[in-house]
Design a protein around this ligand. Structure first.
Ligand code: NAP
Length: 304
């Protein structure tokens, strides 16, 4: 029986693990993909305090992972399929195993949203990508399009300027949602060609991406753009499908918590991007993880 099981090893889950280790709890972290979380899809983190020159996401997350493991908290690569209530404990089932814990912190993060347009599914991996850090180097001297207007789209366009000859930035409005410092860098880069007020109607190509059909949302005019790759950054959805009806979620699937990261089910806490909140950053995820652990510790004390 574990005191605490943490689902997800991104910034929120690892920070919860760090605090669990310091509290000498018997804790286990389960991660279905790579330890470090979605931030690893970004090359450099520029807004984590203490690193005036920025820090690579793999260094930042690698350091946190090392800090957690030094405290004796185990991290296993297993995907959680279901959580069941057994009296006052929780049974966490993965494909391979099941674990019992007195309390659970859900820090499962989020998944990229898809555009849901013709050609997207069939060309994924054949020019349609959701990860510039992974696939950007394949587009040296090629033409690519990035869809979206948030921080992720802006950062990934800037990353792609290292490889691609030209990057179309296609956004459905005339103003980016991304931070001003990123927006300014995009304006200053001659490789970046913004296409404002445009909606993607279809991604073209048989074996590989050959282009896009876009529509001007004001005039209704349609246009075909030729490109070799399409990177889609239209937001993220919480990865909470495995929870079923266990705890209260909002209409988008985000976990509803109070300020102390408590869900409506005593003993279950949530932290990071999978939680309903206003600002999703590495630092706010870490903060959630620390608060969740503080609350979980209080809960565990109450069980004694
Ligand atoms: P986001 O902020 O939700 O932005 C999504 C973008 O996609 C918006 O510009 C949105 O347009 C557009 N969009 C949504 N649905 C669309 C559709 N169906 N068709 C076309 N465009 C669509 O998502 P994100 O950029 O992935 O960022 C997620 C969170 O992580 C944010 O809180 C962000 O601040 C944070 N983040 C922070 C950093 C950083 O601080 N370094 C880096 C990456 C991400 P509208 O603008 O019209 O809504």
């Amino acid at each position: 029986m574990y005191d605490l099981l943490i689902i997800g090893a991104g910034p929120a889950g690892l920070t919860a693990g760090l605090y669990a280790g310091r509290a000498r709890l018997k804790a286990l972290i389960l991660e279905k993909l790579t330890c470090g979380g979605q931030i690893l899809l970004t090359e450099t983190v520029e807004n984590y305090p203490g690193f005036p020159g920025g820090i690579s996401s793999s260094d930042l997350m690698g350091n946190i992972e090392e800090q957690v493991m030094k405290l004796g908290v185990k991290i296993l690569e297993e995907e959680v399929r279901q959580i069941e209530k057994i009296g006052i404990f929780w049974r966490i089932k993965t494909r391979e195993n099941q674990y019992d814990a007195k309390a659970v912190v859900i820090a499962a993060g989020s998944l990229p949203k898809t555009l849901e347009v013709e050609g997207e599914k069939h060309l994924t991996g054949k020019g349609v990508s959701y990860c510039a850090t992974c696939d950007g180097p394949l587009y040296r001297n090629k033409i690519v399009a990035v869809v979206g207007g948030g921080d992720t789209a802006a950062e990934e366009v800037l990353f792609l300027t290292r490889f691609a000859a030209k990057i179309f930035l296609i956004h459905r409005r005339s103003q980016l949602r991304a931070a001003e410092i990123l927006a300014q860098r995009l304006k200053d880069n001659i490789k970046v060609k913004p296409i404002w007020n445009a909606q993607v109607l279809a991604i073209l190509g048989n074996e590989r991406v050959e282009g896009l059909v876009i529509k001007d949302v004001n005039s209704g005019n349609e246009e075909t753009i030729l490109c070799d790759g399409v990177f889609i950054y239209v937001g993220r959805a919480p990865d909470t499908g495995f929870l079923g009806n266990l705890i209260k979620l909002d209409e988008h699937g985000h976990i509803i918590t109070d300020e102390a990261m408590r869900t409506d089910e005593p003993g279950i806490f949530a932290a990071g991007d999978c939680r309903k909140k206003t600002f999703r950053q590495v630092i706010t995820a870490c903060s959630d993880g620390a608060v969740a652990l503080y609350s979980a510790q209080q809960y565990l004390e109450g069980l004694k």
